[in-house]
Design a protein around this ligand. Structure first.
Ligand SMILES: NC(=O)c1ccc[n+]([C@@H]2O[C@H](COP(=O)([O-])OP(=O)(O)OC[C@H]3O[C@@H](n4cnc5c(N)ncnc54)[C@H](OP(=O)(O)O)[C@@H]3O)[C@@H](O)[C@H]2O)c1
Length: 254
């Protein structure tokens, strides 16, 4: 009888995952995806109320989750959390945008965007990988980057800088950590309906720009990201590192 190949497992049973930005939008979707696949999910964000609501809703579905209040710009707090736990999977979805023409960007906006989207992402990755190495365990680190990590966008010079930086960072870290079986990748969504993008969709000019660029003809939903995070977190992607999964409806195809 022909020996058929076996499909790798998408199960995350027995795994512990940290999901940042888990109280809203894409991060909340990622928390659900990982918990549905069997992981225990530590949900992090600053606002405790929304975080607790998310964890309660996960619990009501019979899923395993807990809430941890965390400001990711507080690197000491991030390092403490990582050191105190044993994460197999880290999904970093906390991020922010301050859109403005490049000549109007203030240093404060620059620092806020680069601080969370790149500086905090950098050290979260480093602390997580170091902890995995110390414990001798394999791991998967996934950053929610953006299609704007691959192309430019109107009023998005700082945001694009932070996400292009994230893409380069992930490639370099993948080279360093591959031998220890620590994988690191990004997911790059197009425009997804979340609180972050609400103001963009209220602008008819911007909405027309978005709908014109997305070849599949619709704006993304959080659900569009959930399969990708499960794939990158699980053994199904065991040979995938240092790369970027574009979920952009064809935005970057031309
Ligand atoms: N929505 C899109 O169209 C889109 C497209 C491409 C990429 N992305 C990226 O996807 C990620 C998530 O976006 P989203 O649309 O889901 O955003 P969102 O709905 O605004 O959620 C952001 C999450 O990050 C948390 N957060 C913000 N600042 C934080 C901080 N300093 N420390 C810890 N947590 C913090 C927020 O909770 P608290 O405020 O309570 O802390 C919230 O849980 C971002 O990196 C974004 O750049 C989004």
């Amino acid at each position: 009888m022909t020996q058929l190949p076996r499909i790798p497992s998408f199960s995350l049973a027995g795994k512990t995952a940290l999901v940042t930005g888990a109280s809203s939008g894409i991060g909340q979707g990622c928390a659900v995806a990982l918990a549905e696949a069997g992981a225990h999910v530590v949900c992090a964000a600053r606002g405790v109320e929304k975080l607790n609501e998310t964890v309660a809703a996960l619990g009501a579905k019979g899923l395993s989750a807990e809430a941890v209040s965390l400001d990711q710009n507080d690197l000491e707090a991030v390092e403490d959390l990582i050191g105190a736990r044993s994460f197999d999977i880290v999904v970093n979805s906390a991020g922010l945008a301050r859109h403005a023409p490049a000549i109007e960007t203030t240093p404060a906006d620059y620092d806020a965007v680069m601080g969370l989207n790149l500086r905090a992402a950098y050290f979260l990755s480093a602390y997580a990988a170091k902890a995995m190495m110390t414990k001798g365990k394999a791991g998967s680190i996934i950053h929610i980057s953006s299609q704007m990590g691959h192309v430019g966008g109107v009023d998005r010079a700082v945001y694009c800088a932070s996400k292009h930086g994230l893409e380069g960072m992930v490639k370099a870290m993948a080279i360093e950590w591959g031998k220890q079986s620590i994988r690191i990748n990004t997911i790059c969504p197009t425009f997804i309906k979340t609180p972050l993008t609400a103001s963009t969709f209220e602008n008819p000019e911007r909405r027309a720009w978005i709908e014109d660029k997305i070849k599949l003809g619709r704006i993304g939903e959080v659900e569009d990201i959930m399969g990708a995070v499960l794939y990158l977190a699980s053994d199904a992607s065991a040979l995938v590192t240092g790369t970027s999964m574009l979920i952009d409806g064809g935005w970057t195809a031309d």
